[in-house]
Write a protein that binds this ligand. Structure first.
Ligand SMILES: Cc1cc2nc3c(=O)[nH]c(=O)nc-3n(C[C@H](O)[C@H](O)[C@H](O)COP(=O)(O)OP(=O)(O)OC[C@H]3O[C@@H](n4cnc5c(N)ncnc54)[C@H](O)[C@@H]3O)c2cc1C
Ligand code: SF4
Length: 525
Protein backbone atom coordinates (compact mmCIF):
# COMPACT_ATOMS: atom_id res chain seq x y z
CA UNK A 1 0.00 0.00 0.00
CA UNK A 2 3.03 2.27 0.31
CA UNK A 3 2.86 3.04 -3.39
CA UNK A 4 -0.90 3.61 -3.33
CA UNK A 5 -2.25 7.17 -3.13
CA UNK A 6 -5.61 8.86 -3.11
CA UNK A 7 -4.58 11.00 -6.07
CA UNK A 8 -1.64 10.91 -8.48
CA UNK A 9 -1.03 14.03 -10.56
CA UNK A 10 1.33 13.61 -13.53
CA UNK A 11 2.98 16.93 -14.46
CA UNK A 12 3.39 20.05 -12.30
CA UNK A 13 2.77 22.92 -14.77
CA UNK A 14 -0.14 25.33 -15.06
CA UNK A 15 -2.69 22.50 -14.85
CA UNK A 16 -1.08 19.90 -12.56
CA UNK A 17 0.59 22.40 -10.22
CA UNK A 18 -2.60 24.40 -9.71
CA UNK A 19 -4.63 21.26 -9.05
CA UNK A 20 -2.05 20.06 -6.50
CA UNK A 21 -2.33 23.37 -4.64
CA UNK A 22 -6.13 23.12 -4.56
CA UNK A 23 -6.22 19.51 -3.33
CA UNK A 24 -3.35 19.76 -0.85
CA UNK A 25 -5.36 21.02 2.19
CA UNK A 26 -7.79 18.08 1.86
CA UNK A 27 -5.38 15.83 3.75
CA UNK A 28 -5.67 13.21 1.02
CA UNK A 29 -2.49 11.35 0.11
CA UNK A 30 -1.28 12.98 -3.09
CA UNK A 31 1.70 12.08 -5.28
CA UNK A 32 3.09 14.47 -7.92
CA UNK A 33 5.13 12.84 -10.66
CA UNK A 34 7.30 15.24 -12.65
CA UNK A 35 9.71 14.18 -15.38
CA UNK A 36 11.91 17.25 -14.88
CA UNK A 37 13.80 18.57 -11.87
CA UNK A 38 13.86 22.06 -10.36
CA UNK A 39 15.04 24.70 -12.80
CA UNK A 40 18.49 25.70 -11.50
CA UNK A 41 18.71 29.22 -10.04
CA UNK A 42 21.83 30.70 -11.56
CA UNK A 43 23.06 33.80 -13.36
CA UNK A 44 22.31 32.25 -16.75
CA UNK A 45 18.57 32.54 -15.93
CA UNK A 46 18.89 36.17 -17.03
CA UNK A 47 21.45 35.73 -19.79
CA UNK A 48 19.84 36.18 -23.19
CA UNK A 49 22.53 34.23 -24.99
CA UNK A 50 22.10 31.24 -22.64
CA UNK A 51 18.30 31.43 -22.76
CA UNK A 52 17.50 32.36 -26.36
CA UNK A 53 20.53 31.45 -28.42
CA UNK A 54 21.86 28.37 -26.63
CA UNK A 55 18.37 27.30 -25.44
CA UNK A 56 19.94 26.20 -22.17
CA UNK A 57 16.64 25.52 -20.42
CA UNK A 58 14.77 23.96 -23.31
CA UNK A 59 14.20 20.19 -23.12
CA UNK A 60 16.71 18.17 -25.12
CA UNK A 61 13.93 16.51 -26.99
CA UNK A 62 13.36 15.59 -30.64
CA UNK A 63 9.95 15.28 -32.18
CA UNK A 64 9.13 14.59 -35.84
CA UNK A 65 6.90 16.26 -38.38
CA UNK A 66 4.49 14.34 -40.59
CA UNK A 67 7.25 13.67 -43.14
CA UNK A 68 9.51 12.21 -40.49
CA UNK A 69 11.74 15.30 -40.30
CA UNK A 70 13.12 15.90 -36.79
CA UNK A 71 12.56 19.20 -34.97
CA UNK A 72 13.23 20.60 -31.50
CA UNK A 73 10.08 21.72 -29.72
CA UNK A 74 10.07 24.89 -27.62
CA UNK A 75 9.26 22.97 -24.45
CA UNK A 76 10.57 22.95 -20.89
CA UNK A 77 10.50 20.02 -18.42
CA UNK A 78 10.73 21.39 -14.88
CA UNK A 79 8.77 21.55 -11.66
CA UNK A 80 6.31 24.28 -12.69
CA UNK A 81 6.33 23.16 -16.34
CA UNK A 82 6.39 25.80 -19.03
CA UNK A 83 5.25 28.47 -16.59
CA UNK A 84 8.90 28.63 -15.44
CA UNK A 85 9.64 30.60 -18.60
CA UNK A 86 6.25 31.98 -19.56
CA UNK A 87 5.49 35.66 -20.04
CA UNK A 88 2.74 35.42 -17.36
CA UNK A 89 0.21 37.31 -19.49
CA UNK A 90 -2.87 35.95 -17.76
CA UNK A 91 -6.04 36.84 -19.65
CA UNK A 92 -9.54 35.43 -19.62
CA UNK A 93 -11.12 34.16 -22.82
CA UNK A 94 -13.68 36.68 -24.05
CA UNK A 95 -17.32 35.77 -23.32
CA UNK A 96 -18.01 35.08 -27.02
CA UNK A 97 -15.02 32.72 -27.24
CA UNK A 98 -17.04 30.12 -25.35
CA UNK A 99 -19.67 30.08 -28.12
CA UNK A 100 -19.30 29.25 -31.79
CA UNK A 101 -17.31 31.96 -33.59
CA UNK A 102 -17.21 32.35 -37.37
CA UNK A 103 -13.72 32.95 -38.75
CA UNK A 104 -12.53 33.53 -42.28
CA UNK A 105 -10.97 30.06 -42.22
CA UNK A 106 -13.95 28.23 -40.68
CA UNK A 107 -15.80 27.75 -37.41
CA UNK A 108 -14.28 27.91 -33.95
CA UNK A 109 -16.57 25.48 -32.10
CA UNK A 110 -18.55 26.19 -28.92
CA UNK A 111 -17.38 24.93 -25.54
CA UNK A 112 -19.70 22.69 -23.49
CA UNK A 113 -19.56 25.28 -20.68
CA UNK A 114 -20.09 29.03 -20.71
CA UNK A 115 -18.03 32.03 -19.65
CA UNK A 116 -20.31 32.27 -16.60
CA UNK A 117 -19.29 28.74 -15.57
CA UNK A 118 -15.63 29.78 -15.69
CA UNK A 119 -15.97 33.29 -14.21
CA UNK A 120 -15.67 32.35 -10.49
CA UNK A 121 -12.66 30.17 -11.26
CA UNK A 122 -11.05 32.87 -13.38
CA UNK A 123 -11.36 35.15 -10.38
CA UNK A 124 -9.80 32.56 -8.05
CA UNK A 125 -6.97 31.92 -10.51
CA UNK A 126 -6.33 35.67 -10.91
CA UNK A 127 -6.11 36.08 -7.16
CA UNK A 128 -3.97 32.98 -6.67
CA UNK A 129 -1.49 33.96 -9.41
CA UNK A 130 -1.26 37.61 -8.25
CA UNK A 131 -2.59 38.99 -11.52
CA UNK A 132 -1.96 42.73 -11.79
CA UNK A 133 -4.51 44.39 -14.06
CA UNK A 134 -7.35 46.86 -14.46
CA UNK A 135 -10.91 46.07 -15.46
CA UNK A 136 -13.14 48.30 -17.56
CA UNK A 137 -10.52 49.50 -20.05
CA UNK A 138 -10.62 46.73 -22.66
CA UNK A 139 -14.05 46.86 -24.33
CA UNK A 140 -13.91 43.14 -25.21
CA UNK A 141 -13.57 41.87 -21.64
CA UNK A 142 -16.44 39.93 -20.07
CA UNK A 143 -18.12 40.67 -16.74
CA UNK A 144 -16.04 39.60 -13.75
CA UNK A 145 -17.20 38.53 -10.30
CA UNK A 146 -14.42 40.53 -8.59
CA UNK A 147 -11.81 43.16 -9.36
CA UNK A 148 -8.14 42.32 -9.71
CA UNK A 149 -6.40 42.36 -6.33
CA UNK A 150 -3.33 44.14 -7.66
CA UNK A 151 -3.05 47.34 -9.71
CA UNK A 152 -1.71 47.07 -13.26
CA UNK A 153 2.04 47.05 -13.77
CA UNK A 154 2.93 50.65 -14.64
CA UNK A 155 4.14 51.61 -18.12
CA UNK A 156 7.64 52.97 -18.53
CA UNK A 157 7.69 56.34 -20.34
CA UNK A 158 8.16 55.01 -23.92
CA UNK A 159 5.29 52.52 -23.53
CA UNK A 160 3.10 55.18 -21.86
CA UNK A 161 3.79 57.33 -24.92
CA UNK A 162 2.70 54.45 -27.18
CA UNK A 163 -0.40 53.96 -25.02
CA UNK A 164 -1.28 57.66 -25.31
CA UNK A 165 -0.64 57.65 -29.08
CA UNK A 166 -2.92 54.65 -29.60
CA UNK A 167 -5.60 56.36 -27.51
CA UNK A 168 -5.21 59.50 -29.59
CA UNK A 169 -5.95 57.41 -32.71
CA UNK A 170 -9.20 56.29 -31.06
CA UNK A 171 -8.00 52.82 -29.99
CA UNK A 172 -8.48 51.15 -26.61
CA UNK A 173 -5.12 49.90 -25.34
CA UNK A 174 -5.27 48.37 -21.88
CA UNK A 175 -2.77 47.27 -19.23
CA UNK A 176 -1.77 43.68 -19.97
CA UNK A 177 -2.84 41.51 -16.98
CA UNK A 178 0.33 39.92 -15.59
CA UNK A 179 0.97 37.28 -12.93
CA UNK A 180 3.86 38.79 -11.07
CA UNK A 181 5.00 39.24 -7.46
CA UNK A 182 5.60 42.94 -7.90
CA UNK A 183 4.98 45.78 -5.46
CA UNK A 184 5.97 49.04 -7.03
CA UNK A 185 5.75 52.79 -6.53
CA UNK A 186 6.51 55.38 -9.18
CA UNK A 187 7.66 52.69 -11.59
CA UNK A 188 10.24 51.22 -9.19
CA UNK A 189 10.07 47.93 -7.31
CA UNK A 190 9.70 48.46 -3.56
CA UNK A 191 12.38 46.98 -1.28
CA UNK A 192 9.92 44.27 -0.19
CA UNK A 193 9.01 43.25 -3.76
CA UNK A 194 10.14 39.83 -5.02
CA UNK A 195 10.14 41.08 -8.63
CA UNK A 196 12.68 43.79 -9.33
CA UNK A 197 11.19 44.90 -12.70
CA UNK A 198 14.15 43.77 -14.78
CA UNK A 199 14.40 43.32 -18.55
CA UNK A 200 14.33 39.53 -18.40
CA UNK A 201 10.64 38.87 -18.08
CA UNK A 202 9.33 37.13 -21.15
CA UNK A 203 10.79 33.73 -22.05
CA UNK A 204 13.41 33.87 -19.26
CA UNK A 205 13.19 32.01 -15.95
CA UNK A 206 13.13 34.40 -12.98
CA UNK A 207 16.27 34.23 -10.86
CA UNK A 208 14.60 35.85 -7.84
CA UNK A 209 11.27 33.98 -7.97
CA UNK A 210 9.39 37.17 -8.84
CA UNK A 211 7.23 35.56 -11.50
CA UNK A 212 3.96 33.93 -10.49
CA UNK A 213 4.76 30.52 -11.95
CA UNK A 214 3.23 27.19 -10.98
CA UNK A 215 6.23 26.11 -8.91
CA UNK A 216 6.45 29.26 -6.79
CA UNK A 217 2.71 29.83 -6.43
CA UNK A 218 1.38 26.29 -6.22
CA UNK A 219 3.83 23.40 -5.97
CA UNK A 220 6.00 24.85 -3.20
CA UNK A 221 3.01 25.65 -0.93
CA UNK A 222 1.38 22.30 -1.75
CA UNK A 223 4.53 20.51 -0.58
CA UNK A 224 4.26 22.20 2.82
CA UNK A 225 1.39 19.77 3.46
CA UNK A 226 2.75 16.49 4.77
CA UNK A 227 0.19 14.53 2.73
CA UNK A 228 1.72 15.75 -0.58
CA UNK A 229 4.84 14.16 -2.10
CA UNK A 230 6.77 15.06 -5.23
CA UNK A 231 9.02 12.76 -7.23
CA UNK A 232 11.21 14.58 -9.75
CA UNK A 233 12.94 12.97 -12.75
CA UNK A 234 9.92 10.65 -12.74
CA UNK A 235 8.78 10.17 -16.31
CA UNK A 236 5.47 8.38 -16.68
CA UNK A 237 5.78 5.89 -19.50
CA UNK A 238 2.30 4.40 -19.52
CA UNK A 239 -0.92 3.84 -17.61
CA UNK A 240 -2.30 0.33 -17.13
CA UNK A 241 -5.91 -0.65 -16.49
CA UNK A 242 -7.77 -3.53 -14.86
CA UNK A 243 -9.23 -6.29 -17.03
CA UNK A 244 -12.48 -4.36 -17.54
CA UNK A 245 -10.53 -1.40 -18.96
CA UNK A 246 -12.53 0.99 -16.78
CA UNK A 247 -10.01 1.72 -14.02
CA UNK A 248 -6.39 2.86 -14.19
CA UNK A 249 -4.57 0.51 -11.82
CA UNK A 250 -0.89 1.24 -12.44
CA UNK A 251 1.18 4.28 -13.27
CA UNK A 252 4.45 3.04 -14.74
CA UNK A 253 7.38 5.41 -14.21
CA UNK A 254 11.04 5.43 -15.17
CA UNK A 255 13.15 7.17 -12.55
CA UNK A 256 16.92 7.20 -12.23
CA UNK A 257 17.23 4.31 -14.67
CA UNK A 258 14.74 1.99 -12.99
CA UNK A 259 11.07 1.23 -13.50
CA UNK A 260 8.68 1.98 -10.63
CA UNK A 261 4.95 1.50 -10.29
CA UNK A 262 2.42 3.60 -8.39
CA UNK A 263 -1.34 3.45 -8.08
CA UNK A 264 -4.12 5.77 -6.95
CA UNK A 265 -7.87 5.97 -6.59
CA UNK A 266 -7.74 8.93 -8.98
CA UNK A 267 -5.11 9.49 -11.68
CA UNK A 268 -4.77 12.95 -13.22
CA UNK A 269 -2.75 13.48 -16.39
CA UNK A 270 -1.33 17.02 -16.78
CA UNK A 271 1.75 16.58 -19.00
CA UNK A 272 0.96 19.39 -21.46
CA UNK A 273 -1.17 18.88 -24.56
CA UNK A 274 1.37 16.97 -26.64
CA UNK A 275 2.76 14.74 -23.90
CA UNK A 276 -0.64 13.98 -22.38
CA UNK A 277 -1.94 12.80 -25.75
CA UNK A 278 1.27 10.82 -26.30
CA UNK A 279 0.97 9.17 -22.87
CA UNK A 280 -2.62 8.10 -23.51
CA UNK A 281 -1.76 6.81 -26.98
CA UNK A 282 1.25 4.91 -25.57
CA UNK A 283 -1.06 3.31 -23.01
CA UNK A 284 -3.15 1.42 -25.58
CA UNK A 285 -4.17 -2.07 -24.43
CA UNK A 286 -6.61 -4.79 -25.39
CA UNK A 287 -9.62 -2.83 -24.08
CA UNK A 288 -8.35 0.46 -25.51
CA UNK A 289 -6.68 -0.55 -28.78
CA UNK A 290 -6.56 3.03 -30.19
CA UNK A 291 -5.11 4.48 -27.00
CA UNK A 292 -6.39 4.87 -23.47
CA UNK A 293 -9.75 6.68 -23.25
CA UNK A 294 -9.83 7.00 -27.04
CA UNK A 295 -13.06 5.31 -28.16
CA UNK A 296 -13.92 8.67 -29.77
CA UNK A 297 -10.64 8.67 -31.78
CA UNK A 298 -10.11 12.34 -30.83
CA UNK A 299 -6.98 11.86 -28.70
CA UNK A 300 -4.06 13.63 -30.31
CA UNK A 301 -6.33 15.43 -32.79
CA UNK A 302 -7.38 19.11 -32.94
CA UNK A 303 -3.92 20.29 -31.85
CA UNK A 304 -3.87 24.10 -31.63
CA UNK A 305 -1.10 26.57 -30.83
CA UNK A 306 -2.20 30.02 -32.09
CA UNK A 307 -1.19 31.77 -35.26
CA UNK A 308 1.34 34.10 -33.75
CA UNK A 309 4.33 36.21 -34.60
CA UNK A 310 6.83 38.45 -32.88
CA UNK A 311 7.77 41.80 -34.40
CA UNK A 312 10.26 44.54 -33.72
CA UNK A 313 9.23 48.02 -34.76
CA UNK A 314 12.41 50.01 -35.26
CA UNK A 315 11.67 53.44 -33.92
CA UNK A 316 13.57 56.58 -34.81
CA UNK A 317 13.93 57.29 -31.09
CA UNK A 318 15.72 54.89 -28.75
CA UNK A 319 13.55 52.75 -26.51
CA UNK A 320 15.22 52.48 -23.10
CA UNK A 321 12.33 50.48 -21.60
CA UNK A 322 13.36 47.66 -19.26
CA UNK A 323 10.00 46.04 -18.49
CA UNK A 324 8.12 46.35 -21.74
CA UNK A 325 5.31 43.79 -21.46
CA UNK A 326 2.66 46.12 -20.07
CA UNK A 327 0.28 47.00 -22.92
CA UNK A 328 -2.25 45.08 -25.04
CA UNK A 329 -4.95 45.91 -27.54
CA UNK A 330 -8.04 43.92 -28.50
CA UNK A 331 -9.70 46.37 -30.88
CA UNK A 332 -9.38 43.87 -33.75
CA UNK A 333 -10.19 40.80 -31.67
CA UNK A 334 -13.54 40.08 -33.31
CA UNK A 335 -13.17 42.09 -36.53
CA UNK A 336 -12.24 45.44 -37.99
CA UNK A 337 -13.95 48.22 -39.91
CA UNK A 338 -12.86 46.57 -43.17
CA UNK A 339 -13.14 42.87 -42.15
CA UNK A 340 -16.04 40.97 -40.61
CA UNK A 341 -13.99 38.12 -39.11
CA UNK A 342 -11.73 38.01 -36.04
CA UNK A 343 -8.12 39.22 -36.39
CA UNK A 344 -6.70 38.72 -32.91
CA UNK A 345 -4.81 40.37 -30.08
CA UNK A 346 -1.78 42.66 -30.04
CA UNK A 347 0.41 42.73 -26.93
CA UNK A 348 3.91 43.82 -26.01
CA UNK A 349 6.79 41.36 -25.79
CA UNK A 350 9.73 41.47 -23.43
CA UNK A 351 12.43 43.85 -24.66
CA UNK A 352 14.85 42.59 -27.35
CA UNK A 353 18.55 42.99 -26.81
CA UNK A 354 21.55 42.74 -29.15
CA UNK A 355 22.46 39.19 -28.03
CA UNK A 356 19.06 37.84 -29.01
CA UNK A 357 19.27 39.47 -32.40
CA UNK A 358 22.77 38.18 -33.02
CA UNK A 359 21.40 34.69 -32.38
CA UNK A 360 18.60 34.97 -34.85
CA UNK A 361 19.48 37.59 -37.38
CA UNK A 362 22.56 36.82 -39.41
CA UNK A 363 20.30 37.41 -42.44
CA UNK A 364 19.43 40.90 -41.22
CA UNK A 365 23.08 41.83 -40.93
CA UNK A 366 23.43 41.12 -44.65
CA UNK A 367 20.24 42.92 -45.52
CA UNK A 368 20.92 46.01 -43.42
CA UNK A 369 24.68 45.99 -42.87
CA UNK A 370 24.65 49.65 -41.89
CA UNK A 371 22.64 48.85 -38.75
CA UNK A 372 24.55 47.26 -35.92
CA UNK A 373 22.26 44.75 -34.25
CA UNK A 374 22.80 46.45 -30.90
CA UNK A 375 21.54 49.68 -32.47
CA UNK A 376 18.46 47.86 -33.81
CA UNK A 377 17.73 46.42 -30.38
CA UNK A 378 18.17 49.79 -28.67
CA UNK A 379 15.62 51.34 -31.05
CA UNK A 380 13.15 48.46 -31.12
CA UNK A 381 9.67 48.27 -29.68
CA UNK A 382 8.64 44.63 -29.54
CA UNK A 383 5.18 43.22 -30.21
CA UNK A 384 3.51 39.85 -29.98
CA UNK A 385 0.58 39.21 -32.32
CA UNK A 386 -1.75 36.36 -31.61
CA UNK A 387 -4.68 35.05 -33.65
CA UNK A 388 -6.89 32.02 -33.38
CA UNK A 389 -6.03 28.84 -35.25
CA UNK A 390 -8.81 26.32 -35.68
CA UNK A 391 -9.09 22.76 -34.32
CA UNK A 392 -8.49 20.59 -37.39
CA UNK A 393 -8.80 16.81 -36.85
CA UNK A 394 -5.67 16.16 -38.93
CA UNK A 395 -3.53 18.54 -36.88
CA UNK A 396 -2.53 15.86 -34.49
CA UNK A 397 -0.09 14.09 -32.23
CA UNK A 398 0.67 10.46 -33.05
CA UNK A 399 3.37 8.09 -31.87
CA UNK A 400 5.50 5.72 -33.90
CA UNK A 401 5.69 2.03 -32.92
CA UNK A 402 8.99 2.80 -31.13
CA UNK A 403 7.34 5.62 -29.13
CA UNK A 404 8.59 8.74 -30.96
CA UNK A 405 6.28 11.76 -31.02
CA UNK A 406 5.02 12.92 -34.42
CA UNK A 407 3.28 16.29 -34.80
CA UNK A 408 1.34 16.77 -38.04
CA UNK A 409 0.39 20.34 -38.79
CA UNK A 410 -1.29 22.28 -41.52
CA UNK A 411 -1.84 26.00 -41.03
CA UNK A 412 -5.43 27.17 -40.52
CA UNK A 413 -7.15 30.54 -40.61
CA UNK A 414 -4.13 32.66 -41.56
CA UNK A 415 -5.89 35.60 -43.22
CA UNK A 416 -6.95 37.26 -39.96
CA UNK A 417 -3.38 37.14 -38.69
CA UNK A 418 -2.04 38.75 -41.86
CA UNK A 419 -4.59 41.51 -41.46
CA UNK A 420 -3.70 41.97 -37.80
CA UNK A 421 -0.07 42.50 -38.79
CA UNK A 422 -1.15 45.03 -41.41
CA UNK A 423 -3.25 46.87 -38.79
CA UNK A 424 -0.28 47.13 -36.43
CA UNK A 425 1.88 48.49 -39.25
CA UNK A 426 -0.80 51.07 -40.12
CA UNK A 427 -1.11 52.17 -36.51
CA UNK A 428 2.63 52.50 -36.03
CA UNK A 429 2.99 54.45 -39.26
CA UNK A 430 0.18 56.78 -38.21
CA UNK A 431 1.93 57.63 -34.96
CA UNK A 432 5.28 58.02 -36.75
CA UNK A 433 6.83 55.39 -34.52
CA UNK A 434 8.86 53.31 -36.96
CA UNK A 435 10.25 52.93 -40.40
CA UNK A 436 10.83 49.16 -40.21
CA UNK A 437 8.79 46.27 -38.84
CA UNK A 438 10.99 43.20 -38.60
CA UNK A 439 9.77 39.67 -38.07
CA UNK A 440 11.35 37.91 -35.07
CA UNK A 441 11.81 34.17 -35.15
CA UNK A 442 13.74 33.03 -32.10
CA UNK A 443 11.24 33.88 -29.41
CA UNK A 444 9.29 30.86 -28.12
CA UNK A 445 11.49 28.46 -30.09
CA UNK A 446 9.79 29.49 -33.29
CA UNK A 447 13.00 29.16 -35.28
CA UNK A 448 11.06 26.64 -37.34
CA UNK A 449 7.30 27.11 -37.30
CA UNK A 450 6.39 23.64 -36.08
CA UNK A 451 8.73 24.05 -33.10
CA UNK A 452 6.56 26.85 -31.70
CA UNK A 453 4.77 24.58 -29.25
CA UNK A 454 4.46 27.11 -26.40
CA UNK A 455 0.67 27.44 -26.62
CA UNK A 456 -0.07 23.78 -27.40
CA UNK A 457 -3.63 22.72 -26.60
CA UNK A 458 -6.72 20.79 -27.64
CA UNK A 459 -5.49 17.20 -28.05
CA UNK A 460 -7.81 15.59 -25.45
CA UNK A 461 -10.86 17.79 -25.84
CA UNK A 462 -13.73 17.86 -23.37
CA UNK A 463 -17.42 17.77 -24.29
CA UNK A 464 -20.78 16.25 -23.58
CA UNK A 465 -20.79 13.71 -26.42
CA UNK A 466 -18.48 10.70 -25.92
CA UNK A 467 -18.41 10.24 -29.69
CA UNK A 468 -16.73 13.60 -30.30
CA UNK A 469 -14.82 14.22 -27.08
CA UNK A 470 -12.51 12.20 -24.81
CA UNK A 471 -13.36 13.97 -21.53
CA UNK A 472 -16.65 14.86 -19.91
CA UNK A 473 -17.31 18.36 -18.55
CA UNK A 474 -15.47 17.50 -15.32
CA UNK A 475 -12.45 16.52 -17.45
CA UNK A 476 -12.92 12.86 -16.51
CA UNK A 477 -12.32 10.41 -19.36
CA UNK A 478 -15.69 9.27 -20.73
CA UNK A 479 -14.28 5.75 -21.03
CA UNK A 480 -12.76 5.35 -17.56
CA UNK A 481 -13.91 5.82 -13.97
CA UNK A 482 -10.77 7.30 -12.38
CA UNK A 483 -8.82 9.09 -15.13
CA UNK A 484 -8.77 12.90 -15.48
CA UNK A 485 -6.82 15.34 -17.69
CA UNK A 486 -6.30 18.92 -16.45
CA UNK A 487 -3.77 20.63 -18.69
CA UNK A 488 -4.26 22.55 -21.94
CA UNK A 489 -5.41 19.36 -23.68
CA UNK A 490 -9.06 19.87 -22.76
CA UNK A 491 -9.48 23.06 -24.87
CA UNK A 492 -12.15 22.93 -27.57
CA UNK A 493 -10.85 26.12 -29.20
CA UNK A 494 -7.93 28.34 -28.28
CA UNK A 495 -9.40 31.86 -28.70
CA UNK A 496 -6.79 34.58 -29.30
CA UNK A 497 -5.61 35.17 -25.74
CA UNK A 498 -2.76 33.37 -23.96
CA UNK A 499 -3.91 30.01 -22.60
CA UNK A 500 -2.61 29.70 -19.04
CA UNK A 501 -5.29 31.50 -17.02
CA UNK A 502 -7.93 29.25 -18.60
CA UNK A 503 -5.82 26.16 -17.76
CA UNK A 504 -5.39 27.33 -14.15
CA UNK A 505 -9.08 28.25 -13.75
CA UNK A 506 -10.09 24.88 -15.13
CA UNK A 507 -7.75 23.06 -12.76
CA UNK A 508 -9.45 24.84 -9.83
CA UNK A 509 -12.86 23.95 -11.28
CA UNK A 510 -11.95 20.27 -11.70
CA UNK A 511 -10.34 20.44 -8.25
CA UNK A 512 -13.71 21.35 -6.73
CA UNK A 513 -15.27 18.36 -8.45
CA UNK A 514 -12.50 16.07 -7.17
CA UNK A 515 -12.87 17.37 -3.61
CA UNK A 516 -16.59 16.51 -3.79
CA UNK A 517 -15.76 13.10 -5.17
CA UNK A 518 -13.16 12.48 -2.47
CA UNK A 519 -15.60 13.63 0.18
CA UNK A 520 -13.35 16.53 1.19
CA UNK A 521 -15.27 19.53 -0.05
CA UNK A 522 -15.53 21.04 3.45
CA UNK A 523 -11.76 21.03 3.89
CA UNK A 524 -10.94 23.14 0.92
CA UNK A 525 -9.43 26.60 1.23
C1 LIG B 1 8.42 31.12 -23.68
C2 LIG B 1 6.99 30.92 -23.30
C3 LIG B 1 6.21 32.02 -22.99
C4 LIG B 1 4.87 31.84 -22.64
N1 LIG B 1 4.14 32.93 -22.27
C5 LIG B 1 2.86 32.76 -21.87
C6 LIG B 1 2.10 33.85 -21.39
O1 LIG B 1 2.57 35.00 -21.32
N2 LIG B 1 0.82 33.63 -20.99
C7 LIG B 1 0.27 32.39 -21.04
O2 LIG B 1 -0.91 32.25 -20.70
N3 LIG B 1 0.96 31.32 -21.48
C8 LIG B 1 2.25 31.47 -21.88
N4 LIG B 1 2.97 30.38 -22.29
C9 LIG B 1 2.30 29.08 -22.35
C10 LIG B 1 2.19 28.40 -20.99
O3 LIG B 1 3.45 28.24 -20.41
C11 LIG B 1 1.50 27.05 -21.18
O4 LIG B 1 0.25 27.28 -21.83
C12 LIG B 1 1.22 26.34 -19.88
O5 LIG B 1 2.37 26.19 -19.11
C13 LIG B 1 0.63 24.97 -20.20
O6 LIG B 1 0.24 24.35 -19.01
P1 LIG B 1 0.07 22.77 -18.97
O7 LIG B 1 -0.31 22.40 -17.59
O8 LIG B 1 -0.79 22.36 -20.10
O9 LIG B 1 1.53 22.18 -19.33
P2 LIG B 1 2.99 22.54 -18.73
O10 LIG B 1 3.00 23.81 -17.98
O11 LIG B 1 3.92 22.38 -19.87
O12 LIG B 1 3.21 21.35 -17.70
C14 LIG B 1 3.36 20.01 -18.10
C15 LIG B 1 4.27 19.32 -17.11
O13 LIG B 1 4.25 17.91 -17.32
C16 LIG B 1 5.56 17.38 -17.24
N5 LIG B 1 5.56 16.14 -18.02
C17 LIG B 1 5.42 16.02 -19.37
N6 LIG B 1 5.39 14.71 -19.70
C18 LIG B 1 5.53 14.00 -18.55
C19 LIG B 1 5.59 12.61 -18.26
N7 LIG B 1 5.47 11.69 -19.22
N8 LIG B 1 5.77 12.23 -16.97
C20 LIG B 1 5.88 13.16 -15.97
N9 LIG B 1 5.83 14.50 -16.20
C21 LIG B 1 5.63 14.91 -17.48
C22 LIG B 1 6.42 18.50 -17.81
O14 LIG B 1 7.78 18.41 -17.41
C23 LIG B 1 5.73 19.74 -17.23
O15 LIG B 1 6.22 20.06 -15.95
C24 LIG B 1 4.31 30.53 -22.64
C25 LIG B 1 5.11 29.42 -22.94
C26 LIG B 1 6.43 29.60 -23.27
C27 LIG B 1 7.27 28.38 -23.59
S1 SF4 C 1 10.84 41.29 -14.29
FE1 SF4 C 1 10.50 40.54 -12.21
S2 SF4 C 1 9.55 38.54 -12.47
FE2 SF4 C 1 10.51 39.09 -14.40
S3 SF4 C 1 12.53 38.14 -14.36
FE3 SF4 C 1 12.75 40.28 -13.64
S4 SF4 C 1 12.53 40.14 -11.41
FE4 SF4 C 1 11.75 38.21 -12.26
Amino acid sequence: MENHYDVIIIGTGAGGGTLAYHLAPSGKRILLLERGGYLPREKDNWDSRAVFVESKYRAKETWYDKDGKPFYPGIQYYVGGNTKVYGAALLRFRERDFGEVRHHGGISPAWPLSYQDFDPYYTKAEHLYHVHGLRGVDPTEGPASAPYRHPPVSHEPRIQELFDDFRRLGHHPFPLPLGILLDEAEGKALPSSACVRCAAFDGFPCLVNGKADAQVICVNPALEHSNVELLTSACVERLETDASGHVVTNVVVTRKGSVEEYSADIVVVACGAVNSAALLLRSANEKHPAGLANSSDVIGRHYMRHNCSAFMAISKDPNPTMFQKTLALNDFYFGADDWEYPLGEIQMLGKSDGEMLKGEAPGWAVWKPEFALDFLAEHSIDFWLQSEDLPHPDNRVTITPDGRIVLSIQETNLEGHKRLTAKLKEMLTEIGCHDQLLHRSLYLGKDIPIGGTAHQSGTVRFGRDPKTSALDVNCKAHDLDNLYVVDASFFVSIAAVNPSLTIMANALRVGDHLLERLGSAKNRT
